[in-house]
Design a protein around this ligand. Structure first.
Ligand code: FMN
Length: 358
């Protein structure tokens, strides 16, 4: 697959090797990838995705069955690589609970909320036989990489820096997903403490990774229309991956206040925050996220404790469509996200990309 030659060769090579009719991927988004959204993008010839972080094996199986019933295109299943167990500081947690109680009638359990068991999720990933398994925040253990390869499943590894891309390629990743700092949702940083420091924009990160690794590179972060997609292909991408750009689609189950706020958000209206989960991610600058970043606010508890503490608040905010406290992840190109059916959005982005650079 040519790295520097014609972008069409890279794009065609990606689809021939990994699947899909067009090199356009729905981004894996934990809690925001209903089967209907993936199926719609797959019907347009692109890739579906599930952010399976919080899905136990049975839920993963149900998700895959629903998507396969609606479309036969390729999709990726995605997990976060677990971080070492966190130590909670009782004083910090008490201060955080006091802060949160100004925002919500009910603060969640301060005990670390264990997600589904990682090893069982990994077994379920293999059993589901997706076209690709993806990762963020680290690399899969070597034994699991071997299992993926033995089962003919490609590994798409997210990297936010050149070093992470090299580590992932050396660990056997078939594709690097270069996640620019513009991206909505959590940063894929391997070192949780480095997320705020490591902020490479996609324009600088993508060609650096393309030049450094021998595997195809998927571009993600701030791509939400044909201009962004075209730029990514010119910078060496073999495919583009879009998250926020699909959140306003009919099939997205984001709350209507979130969808509305995305369309009004200028690039400066998002911010990096740990205030929802304890891990750094890019979200709309809601009143809660802004207040949590003020110098006199207590620091968020580590992940996953903070996620547990804010759970009742974010659940209630979604139920009452209250954007001021909603966990509303968003990339810097949020305003470009289109409404309408996701297959139509995907087809339009691809068609317009071809018109620009085809
Ligand atoms: C709501 C939301 C949830 C996300 N969850 C995940 C996730 O679970 N795993 C992952 O690798 N990336 C996750 N991401 C990041 C996306 O995969 C992708 O990197 C990002 O959406 C690209 O930037 P964009 O939103 O500007 O398109 C999430 C992004 C959003 C917006």
């Amino acid at each position: 697959m040519s790295k520097r030659g014609d972008w069409r060769d890279r794009a065609r090579g990606f689809c021939e090797r990994f699947g899909g009719q067009v090199p356009l991927l729905l981004a894996p988004m934990a809690g925001a990838c209903p089967p209907a959204l993936s199926a719609a993008v797959m019907r347009a010839g692109g890739w579906g995705a599930a952010g399976a972080l919080l899905m136990p094996p049975e839920e993963m199986a149900r998700w895959c069955a629903a998507v396969r019933e609606a479309s036969d295109g390729p999709f990726q299943l995605n997990l976060w690589i677990p971080e070492p167990e966190v130590r909670a500081n009782a004083g910090e947690i008490a201060a955080q609970i006091a802060f949160l109680s100004h925002w919500t009638g009910e603060v969640g359990d301060p005990a670390p909320v264990g997600g589904p068991d990682f090893a069982s999720q990994c077994d379920a990933l293999i059993e589901a036989r997706p076209a690709a398994i993806s990762s963020m925040m680290g690399v899969y253990p070597p034994a699991f990489v071997e299992r993926m390869k033995a089962n003919g499943i490609a590994w798409f590894a997210t990297a936010t820096t050149l070093d992470e891309a090299r580590i992932a390629a050396d660990a056997g990743a078939d594709v690097i997903v270069a996640q620019g700092a513009e991206a909505g949702g959590h940063r894929g940083s391997f070192d949780p403490a480095a997320s705020e420091r490591d902020q490479c924009g996609l324009f600088a990160l993508l060609p650096a990774i393309v030049d450094a690794v021998d595997v195809p590179v998927v571009a993600t972060g701030g791509i939400a229309d044909a201009r962004g997609a075209a730029a990514a292909f010119m910078l060496g991408a073999s495919a583009v991956q879009i998250g926020t750009g699909f959140l306003r689609a009919d099939e997205s189950d984001a709350a209507s206040a979130w969808k509305d706020a995305l369309s009004a958000a200028q690039p400066g209206d998002t911010m990096l925050t740990r205030a929802y989960t304890g891990r750094c991610g890019r979200a709309l600058a809601t009143q809660y996220a802004i207040a949590a970043a003020s110098p006199d606010a207590p620091p968020p508890a580590p992940h996953p404790i903070q996620r547990g503490l804010t759970k009742p608040m974010t659940r209630n905010a979604k139920a009452s469509n209250d954007i001021s406290r909603m966990q509303a992840w968003a990339g810097q190109s949020a305003r470009l996200a289109r409404s309408g059916d996701a297959a139509g959005v995907a087809r339009a982005i691809w068609q317009e990309t071809l018109e620009l650079i085809g």
